[in-house]
Design a protein around this ligand. Structure first.
Ligand SMILES: Nc1nc2c(c(=O)[nH]1)N[C@H]1C(S)=C(S)[C@@H](COP(=O)(O)OP(=O)(O)OC[C@H]3O[C@@H](n4cnc5c(=O)[nH]c(N)nc54)[C@H](O)[C@@H]3O)O[C@H]1N2
Ligand SMILES: Nc1nc2c(c(=O)[nH]1)N[C@H]1C(S)=C(S)[C@@H](COP(=O)(O)OP(=O)(O)OC[C@H]3O[C@@H](n4cnc5c(=O)[nH]c(N)nc54)[C@H](O)[C@@H]3O)O[C@H]1N2
Ligand SMILES: [Mo]
Length: 692
């Protein structure tokens, strides 16, 4: 065929639209969506965005499969069967909105604080997240939601220690000579970090993983320290003990850029390696060797860096553990290098224009009560009282699946099943939570709406343009709140702001919006070695080893080890400690209904070590019952070296209705809260396992 043969009926060429991955992950990728004839054909990582480096994870590569899923919700639904039965009939948007507006108005006339929003990070977008929704809830005067379910223990701990959620820039880990991967399974949970680890490894860095589970990441490190869950502060204090006794310290950095060194020194000297060893369930030699690696590498003038993630702060002493670890870089002067220090989250660098987005002036002087999302089980069952306020009468759920992800499911389910509770769920799918709704409303996916994203790993802002029209009758979250505001008679101009305009409002002129439009991402101005010369964003301007703010609250000003509420081996009825970290192919409870990904994960399982399986007569593949006083969960046993003795791993977070007996791991977790941040203690959970 001649190359110049004209095509008789030219089909429109495929176009490429720049988007952002919406999911709750530190990587916040820039995506390229290939669109043909109004259909999104595929999503790929943007090769021009350095943090994405042209690659997406397995899950998000399937984003089109998820968006065009045959079970995608396309029309508004009204419940016709009992709560939880999943029986619904199709209604029009007008019918649904009228009914919701009428019900909310009736409740608000008595007390708007009986209305509660429930949302988290189904999308991390600033527009489909809190902007328009917060305006609506401020205007009505609804109860506020304390969004604690993921990161608030560690977040508060970083703020008490370094002054904010700030730290080492993620890309400089590539230049580090010793990396401690602490409570993080990067290969599964934020795979773009792993590229930096590999670069460092090639350049001779030593990589150590500190995690009760032998994860995909742990097995690729030079060393894996499989400590007992919730004992990280004891390890950090034990490391300090060794740094002090061998004088592997940067006295100049300590003197100029920290407060409370003398007090912390005394505390740490109470933690010889033998004590740490006994608490953590690891060898004393491992403590000594790790301290030597850390102290001597830093002494040699080489960068040492710690990548924490949120896994280690989901236990009673999670805040203290993060504080203890966050002190370590100051002891050895690791902050002097751009590739040294510690990173838990970079979100403190983000210039979010919260007031412009959320419009607190709509509260008109009211200060509504706050309800903690992590205790939604108890709170839905709480009657009115002077301390609590009115009973919760209405829930508006969006970007979250609380029936699957909140702790102590039995209580959560009982609360959601209340007949007198009015529940609206904005969703892509008929989730466990949607089954309990009075109205289920179809929401747009990231392919169908505008949004703008910051990251808690890297330091770029990423823009998401819509690439296709909304499927069926799906509407954006923002449009739902605009429509509802109009029905409620709210005429303020802020309810008319478009999504594109909200994208600009989110970061104001702190971000170059023209650059965002042109290339899809824009970097924030973050210094390379932010604390080389001190300058911490704390009240003292120093790294606060001793926190006067914590002491003023009547708490310990120094980091300490707080034993778990439910330590391994403490209760003979439930002698095993259970943690429930993420499964690699799911994102919390998202993607569980995508068949190709669910096929990789198989079915709900619990990993146990041979030493725990054999005495219980459990073989690999057996059906088992995992139980404690809160509940019972049936799943498959995987006898595996991924588990250490005394600890079982129930990978999360399955949809309850896709599990063997209609439960998931949260049937077992408790609603007890962490030492800081009012956060859940998902990984502080004693259980017993028996063959079913
Ligand atoms: N594939 C996938 N990726 C995800 C998610 C997902 O569900 N799936 N979830 C996303 C979300 S919401 C978040 S918050 C982030 C981060 O979510 P995290 O919960 O921090 O997830 P990980 O990075 O996997 O780190 C958890 C690791 O901590 C370990 N761990 C558990 N208890 C302890 C402990 O007491 N001490 C120590 N040292 N380690 C402990 C677990 O075994 C696990 O390997 O990941 C995000 N990325
Ligand atoms: N046992 C145990 N429980 C845990 C954890 C654990 O490690 N172990 N991890 C905890 C952590 S770290 C977190 S962050 C929470 C996560 O809890 P959630 O934030 O509730 O996360 P998901 O389960 O992914 O549910 C998000 C829902 O939002 C929907 N969604 C996505 N985008 C949109 C949108 O644009 N509009 C609307 N209306 N809906 C949308 C998705 O379809 C999905 O059903 O779970 C916590 N629960
Ligand atoms: Mo999370």
């Amino acid at each position: 065929m001649h190359s110049d043969t004209p095509t008789p009926h030219p089909t429109p060429a495929a176009t490429h639209v720049l988007g952002a991955c919406p999911h709750d992950c530190p990587d916040t990728c820039s995506m390229v969506v290939t669109v043909h004839d109004g259909v999104a054909l595929k999503v790929q990582g943007n090769p021009a965005h350095p943090a994405t480096h042209g690659a997406l994870c397995t899950k998000v590569s399937r984003y089109t499969e998820r968006s065009y899923h045959p079970e995608r919700l396309l029309y508004p639904l009204k419940r016709v069967g009992p709560k939880g039965s999943g029986q619904f009939e199709r209604v029009t948007w007008d019918e649904a909105l009228d009914a919701i507006a009428h019900r909310l108005s009736t409740i608000a006339a008595r007390d708007p604080q009986a209305i509660l929003p429930y949302s988290y990070a189904g999308t991390m977008g600033r527009v489909q997240g809190e902007g328009m929704a917060a305006r609506f809830f401020n205007r009505i005067g609804a109860a506020r939601l304390d969004r604690t379910i993921c990161s608030s223990a560690g977040g508060e701990a970083m703020t008490f220690t370094l002054g904010n959620k700030v730290g080492t820039k993620v890309e400089w880990f590539a230049e580090s000579k010793l990396i401690l991967i602490w409570g993080s399974n990067a290969i599964a949970s934020h795979v773009h970090f792993w590229r930096h680890v590999q670069t460092a490894k090639r350049n001779g860095a030593r990589i150590v993983c500190i995690d009760p589970r032998r994860t995909e990441s742990a097995e690729k490190c030079h060393q894996h320290i499989a400590l007992l869950p919730g004992t990280d502060a004891a390890l950090a204090l034990g490391l300090m003990h060794e740094l002090i006794t061998h004088d592997w310290l940067d006295h100049d950095y300590l003197a100029r850029h920290t407060v409370g060194w003398d007090a912390l020194r005394e505390r740490a000297l109470q933690w010889p390696p033998e004590r740490t060893s006994a608490v953590c369930g690891i060898g004393a030699d491992a403590v000594r060797a790790l301290a030597r690696d850390y102290g001597q590498t830093a002494r040699a003038g080489e960068p040492v860096a710690i990548r924490m993630n949120y896994g280690l702060q989901r236990a009673r002493g999670g805040g203290n553990a993060v504080r203890a670890i966050a002190c370590l870089p100051a002891l050895v002067g690791a902050w002097r290098h751009r590739a040294g220090g510690v990173l838990l989250s970079s979100s403190g660098y983000v210039p979010t224009q919260t007031a412009a987005l959320e419009r607190p002036e709509l509260l008109a002087g009211r200060t509504p009560r706050t309800v903690n999302m992590s205790t939604i089980g108890d709170d839905l069952l709480r009657p009115a009282s002077p301390a609590f306020g009115p009973a919760i009468e209405a829930l508006i759920v969006y970007n979250s699946n609380p029936v699957a992800v909140a702790p102590e499911s039995a209580k959560v389910v009982q609360g959601f099943a209340r007949d007198d509770l009015f529940t609206v769920v904005l969703e892509h799918f008929q989730t466990d939570t949607a089954d309990y709704a009075d109205y289920v409303l179809p929401a747009t996916t990231q392919l169908e709406h505008w949004d703008v994203h910051s990251s808690y790993g890297h330091t770029d802002i990423v823009l998401n343009r819509p690439s296709i029209a909304p499927l069926g009758e799906a509407r954006t979250n923002t449009q739902f709140f605009r429509d509802l505001a109009q029905r409620m008679g709210y005429t303020e101009a802020v309810f008319a702001e478009s999504d594109e305009s909200l994208c600009r409002t989110a970061f104001g002129d702190q971000v170059d919006f023209a650059l965002l439009l042109a290339q899809g991402w824009a970097p924030l101005p973050v210094p390379d070695a932010p604390f080389a010369e001190g300058g911490f964003p704390t009240p003292s301007g120093k790294c606060e080893l001793f926190s006067a703010r914590l002491a003023a609250r009547g708490e310990d000003g120094l980091p300490n080890h707080l034993p778990n509420y439910e330590p391994a081996g403490a209760d003979p009825r439930y002698p095993l400690a259970m943690i429930s970290p993420p499964a690699r192919n799911f994102l919390n409870s998202t993607f569980v209904n995508v068949k190709s990904l669910r096929d990789i994960e198989g079915e709900p399982l619990v990993e146990l070590h041979e030493a725990d399986a054999t005495p219980r007569g459990i073989a690999d593949g057996d059906e088992v019952t995992v139980f404690n006083a809160r509940g019972t969960h049936r799943c498959v046993a995987r006898v595996s070296a991924r588990a250490r003795p005394g600890v079982v791993n129930g990978l999360g977070i399955w949809w309850r209705k896709l599990g063997r007996d209609g439960t998931n791991v949260n049937e077992l977790t408790s609603q007890r809260l962490t030492d800081m941040g009012r956060a859940p203690t998902f990984y502080d959970c004693a259980v017993e396992v028996r063959k079913a």
